[in-house]
Design a binder for this molecule. Structure first.
Ligand code: DON
Length: 567
């Protein structure tokens, strides 16, 4: 029953993923090379705005902020001001930091808030009601990034998004398909239909989309900074919508939101340095744990995506995902054992438990994790001085909870769905009830977003990341392995077929046509269940050519409207 409810609930999300991931008729270059600066994002229009900020003398943080605001207009499936995310920064002198602008639970949140009047867990409340909306973090995060690490005045970074929203832009093919697929989902909220449809019908590609309410909200943000979102009219409109629809966020919650600066999590892999996001993302810790396990195997001696290779990588994934479920949550509320999980010694113990030619079954009696959907977006920026910025941010599901705030024009997230569903209830339908990630006032829900930066001997190598719920960690892992073990160009590393194992369910899911039949048979003979799915992630990345220093931008071909813009 529960599984059916979750499946029904997810159908629109899967449809959206397909709608945005066809990769055909790309309207802008997916690959670009340049000597100075580079921006790669899910929207060619937004990448161009970031590129123009770099060209005008802005640094990589400035370009990331401008790109992020532009994506909130041109890529509404995941670009946002009503959601949250993470920014990983590496300065030209090698210092690193991260900005955590993950949503937080409102003050009225409780661990059992996703249960109905009978006390039963409700997937609808958890993922599809206004109670699933977390206090947005994006504007506070971008404001902190601009104040601490930017050099361009704030208004210049927000204004291009204001112009896009008020003057309108030509709807690219991927967005037209995506909005058409999302019509039913967004239909619950009249303000969403009014904003994104023409008399209730989908726009065709090439038609102009104007977003006047969003333009007014962005204008307040441009003119008043973060207060233009967290105080005054925007806060008032958001709080009113919550009250109307049974949500929990109040004006006090909005006023109290703070982004956090946190030390990056660091790992090493075959002489390369990996810089990534710490908790409340599980991404950096889990990826480093996997890399540490895999470092003890001669992966380059195996053929890429051969049965042996997939086996070793899947076993590393399985072990890291079990630890993710056991230990990780908001570090402001519990103490995730980050040092242990990212240590080489711990990884070598785990490596010894991997059999050379046999899958290790996952134990269903242990923790089982809850669903995460697959709509988010990642963008990468490198500037002329080598400053690198890796940002992944999200509304959680495609178009978040599907609700545009009336009068304010922006979509709300459903990120509260990343908290565990019901305390103490862990079962094979996909619920997990462990303590570290239960909802509570002011708490950040556990994420899988893995914005990352790779360096070698103090020199920038690549900026990587992806959307895709829990598949994010494994997508980023495989891009890193493709670059380091298989010396692929960034374009090939991003394009190569991907697979995913997350401990439970005990299945390797593979992209459509991602592995030949003989490989699947060999994996099945080792004890694996292999399942083909749709595409996995969109890893918009940048690499530095070691010989020329050129920045090579590679937008993932799985994302139709994406673009790499350099100068
Ligand atoms: O934070 C997380 O891990 C999820 N809410 C991200 C969702 C996601 O990636 C959906 N994306 N494509």
């Amino acid at each position: 029953m529960l599984r059916r409810a979750i499946t029904l609930f997810l159908l629109p999300v899967v449809a959206l993923c397909l709608a945005t991931s066809t990769g055909d008729s790309a309207p802008a270059p997916h690959r670009a090379g340049s000597q100075h600066g580079m921006v790669v994002s899910a929207s060619a229009l937004a990448s161009a705005i970031g590129r123009d900020v770099l060209k005008a003398g802005g640094n990589a943080v400035d370009a990331a902020v401008a790109t992020g605001f532009a994506l909130a207009v041109t890529y509404p499936v995941a670009g946002n001001i009503g959601g949250g995310g993470f920014m990983v920064i590496r300065m030209p002198d090698g210092r690193t930091t991260t900005i955590d602008f993950r949503e937080i639970a409102p003050r009225a949140a409780r661990p059992d808030m996703f249960t109905d009047s009978t006390g039963a867990y409700s997937a609808r409340i958890h993922h599809g009601s206004l109670k699933s909306v977390g206090v947005p973090g994006t504007v506070a995060g971008f404001s902190m990034a601009n104040k601490k690490y930017g050099k361009t005045i704030w208004s210049k970074l927000v204004d291009p998004a204001v112009q896009l929203a008020s003057n309108g832009f030509d709807i690219p093919a991927g967005l037209a398909r995506s909005l058409s697929g999302a019509r039913k989902n967004l239909g619950t909220y009249p303000a969403s239909v009014a904003a994104y449809y023409k008399n209730g019908e989908p726009y065709a590609a090439g038609e102009k989309l104007k977003l006047p309410d969003l333009a007014r909200t962005l204008t307040r943000i441009r003119d008043k900074g973060r207060d233009g979102f967290y105080l005054g009219e925007t806060a008032q409109l958001l709080a009113a919508e919550m009250k109307r629809g049974g949500g929990l966020i109040t004006k006090e919650d909005l006023k109290g939101y703070e982004a956090r600066e946190r030390a990056a999590v660091h790992g090493t892999y075959r002489g390369y340095d990996i810089i990534s996001m710490p908790p409340p993302s599980s991404g950096g810790v889990a990826m480093i744990e996997m890399l540490n396990i895999l470092e003890g195997f001669d992966l380059a001696a195996e053929q890429h995506n051969s049965p042996k290779y997939v086996h070793l990588v899947a076993e590393a994934m399985r072990r890291a995902f079990l630890d993710r479920a056991r230990y990780l949550g908001d570090p402001d509320f519990s103490r995730p054992p980050i040092e242990k999980l990212t240590s080489k010694t711990y990884a070598s113990g785990l490596r010894k438990t991997i059999l050379p030619d046999r899958a290790t079954p996952s134990a269903p009696a242990q923790v089982v994790e809850a669903h995460e959907s697959t709509e988010t977006t990642h963008f990468s920026v490198v500037d002329e001085n080598g400053m690198a910025v890796s940002v992944t941010y999200t509304l959680e599901a495609g178009y978040g909870v599907g609700a545009v705030v009336p009068g304010a024009g922006f979509l709300l997230n459903n990120e509260m769905g990343d908290f565990n569903g019901k305390p103490g209830v862990t079962d094979t339908t996909g619920l997990i009830g462990t303590d570290a990630n239960l909802a509570g006032p002011g708490k950040r829900m556990l994420s899988s977003m893995t914005p990352s930066i790779i360096t070698k001997d103090g020199t920038l190598v690549a900026v990587v990341g992806s959307p895709g719920g829990r598949t994010i960690i494994n997508t980023v892992l495989q891009v890193v392995l493709n670059v380091i073990d298989f010396h692929m160009s960034i374009e090939d590393a991003v394009k190569a077929p991907r697979f995913h194992h997350q401990w439970l369910p005990d299945v390797i899911s593979v992209e459509r046509n991602g592995l030949p039949a003989a490989t699947v048979s060999a994996l099945e003979a080792m004890g694996y269940h292999v399942k083909f799915g749709s595409s996995q992630g969109t890893a918009h990345s940048i690499a530095i050519d070691p010989k020329t220093g050129a920045k090579i931008g590679a937008a993932d071909p799985r994302d139709a409207d994406a673009g790499a813009a350099g100068y």
